[in-house]
Design a protein around this ligand. Structure first.
Ligand code: PEP
Length: 250
């Protein structure tokens, strides 16, 4: 983390919660927002965007977990980036490994979704990460480079894009890379973005770590020079844990 990049702590609530509990969680996160210097973001399930948005106070941004690439049309069950912006979202996560795995999303799809986010005035949180088999085969950096090249649009800037490195084997498992291993991949991501988008974009862009980040391990990860925040799954469902992670930012 450097002073030039404001840390971002983002909560991915995944497919959890109903309106009452979601609003309660949003209110509890809002109540602690003034006590942390990090920017806070919560990404509830789509149907909870309205009640969660109504319960959030200044200082906590609202985001979604996915969007379609098209603006409107015959896409039953899908939601456009413009609809998310209209509902009060400022961010949208694209390319989460669960969507890549469960819905067969390719990096090309992710790139189209990120461009849809820009079109609607949203910031894209673009996720990349290797599987355990890829890590064991020594292919982590190769896989990450290919995902970045395919998923991050040429129009990406430090303002409209955040990249989240989420090793698939660390998501929801309680396992994490060591602080040094995580830093090494983040440094690689920043170098790859510098090669593709230039040093100014890469130096300013926030890179988040995601995968079993908790209050107990957040401080070491967030202290790394190229880790600018976290994308938090399970621990974002408890305001106390989410805020404790945010308070760990240097
Ligand atoms: C995630 O799925 O984005 C994530 C990081 O999950 P968890 O924190 O539960 O590992």
């Amino acid at each position: 983390m450097t002073d030039a990049r404001t840390p971002l702590i983002a909560g991915n609530w995944k497919m959890n919660g109903v309106a009452a509990g979601g609003a309660e969680l949003a209110a509890a996160v809002s109540a602690g927002a003034n006590d942390v210097s990090a920017e806070l973001l919560v990404c509830p399930p789509t149907v909870l965007i309205a009640p969660v948005g109504a319960a959030l106070r200044d200082g906590v941004a609202l985001g979604a977990q996915d969007c379609h690439f098209a603006q409107s049309g015959a896409h039953t069950g899908d939601i456009s980036a413009e609809m998310l912006a209209d509902a009060g979202c400022a961010y949208v996560i694209v390319g989460h490994s669960e969507r890549r795995a469960d819905h067969g999303e390719t990096s090309g799809d992710v790139c189209a979704k990120a461009m849809a986010a820009y079109r609607a005035g949203l910031r894209a949180v673009i996720c990349v990460g290797e599987t355990e088999a890829e890590r064991d085969a020594g292919k982590t950096l190769e896989v990450i480079t290919a995902q970045l090249n395919g998923s991050v649009p040429s129009a990406a800037t430090a303002e409209n894009t955040v990249v989240a490195y989420e090793p698939v084997w660390a998501i929801g498992t309680g396992r994490t890379p060591t602080n040094d291993e995580a830093q090494a991949v983040h440094a690689h991501i920043r170098a790859a973005l510098s090669a593709s988008h230039g040093a100014a974009v890469s130096d300013g862009m926030r890179l988040l770590y995601g995968g079993s980040m908790k209050p107990e391990n957040a401080q070491g990860l967030l202290a790394q020079p190229d880790i600018d925040g976290g994308l938090i799954g399970g621990a974002s469902l408890k305001a106390e844990d989410f805020l404790a992670i945010a308070a760990s930012c240097p």
